[in-house]
Design a protein around this ligand. Structure first.
Ligand SMILES: C[S@@+](CC[C@H](N)C(=O)[O-])C[C@H]1O[C@@H](n2cnc3c(N)ncnc32)[C@H](O)[C@@H]1O
Length: 268
């Protein structure tokens, strides 16, 4: 095991040399559908959440928040589809509160790293091309819409809408809010280089897309107020992310300044 992991990453690194690396979540790929398909990519992806900014955000903010949001929507007789489930990060949270969960992803490499309980089925399909036989109470879709091409965003929302029961809910996120400080830095970088190297998406634009795709936006929850320090100041996120989040909420810091936002939208 100790030997096989570095070998897997080496395969991923070879293949990734012709692709844009975007595991940290905000870089551009040529084709989002195949962007996570290289052998070993799932192992590499999971490392994103082991430490640093994304590790601290996941452990201290995102996971407890998603569980709190999904719990009242769940129940033994209710089902959830985790669209673009990857290595099963959100799938596992959903499995705690829904009787049945289906995780769908186009990448075999990502699914190969998913460890899920018995109430979860994993499917290796592109849901924009092939539909599932059942419909769902809730669909989750995390870390997908920011980097998916506009056409893929629309196709995915159409497919998700079709897989939802009437009145069913989509719970999803955007992990680089265009109006946050780091989002502004990304936009400045794109502008100065004359090309998009980091994707950003604003709440306003995403809401328009959801509305045009047959959803009614019920709630937007901003989170991740601590600006990501990148490779500088290692360890600082783990210590500061939670108190900074609480302080930002207490002081009612505008949500536009948070790096991430979660959206709850109802099919109508
Ligand atoms: C950044 S990962 C997010 C994984 C997981 N949702 C999470 O939050 O950790 C994005 C995933 O979208 C998947 N994906 C891209 N296009 C897709 C499509 N058309 N249908 C299903 N999955 C897709 C990729 O294979 C990748 O696993």
């Amino acid at each position: 095991m100790a030997e096989s992991q570095p070998r897997k990453c080496a395969v991923w690194q070879d293949l990734a040399s012709s692709q844009q690396i975007h595991t940290q979540g905000d870089r551009v790929s040529d084709d989002y559908r195949t962007s996570h398909c290289a052998p070993g990519y799932g192992t590499h992806y999971n490392m994103t959440y082991e430490s640093g900014y994304y590790g601290a955000l996941w452990d201290k903010i995102e996971r407890p928040m998603i569980l709190d949001i999904l719990r009242p929507m769940g129940g033994a007789g209710r089902n959830c589809l985790d669209f673009a489930c990857g290595t099963g990060r959100i799938t596992n949270v959903a499995a705690q509160v829904f009787g049945e969960v289906v995780g769908v992803d186009v990448s075999k490499s990502m699914l190969a790293c998913a460890q899920v309980p018995n109430n979860v089925k994993l499917r290796n399909i592109d849901m924009t091309m092939e539909s599932l036989e059942e419909t769902f109470d809730v669909v989750t879709a995390f870390r997908f819409f920011l980097n998916a091409e506009d056409q893929l965003k629309r196709e995915a929302l159409k497919a998700i809408n079709q897989q939802l029961k009437d009145g069913g809910r989509l719970v999803c996120n955007v992990h680089m809010n265009a109006t946050s400080p780091i989002g502004l830095v990304c936009r400045l970088l794109n502008w100065s280089l004359g090309r998009t190297v980091r994707n950003t998406l604003s709440e306003t634009r995403f809401k328009k897309l959801l509305t045009a795709s047959g959803f009614l936006v019920e709630e937007v929850i901003p989170y991740g107020y601590l600006p990501r320090p990148g490779r500088f100041l290692p360890g600082i996120c783990e210590a500061l992310i939670e108190p900074f989040e609480k302080l930002s909420r207490t002081l009612r810091v505008p949500g536009q300044l948070a790096q991430h936002f979660l959206v709850i939208a109802r099919k109508h």
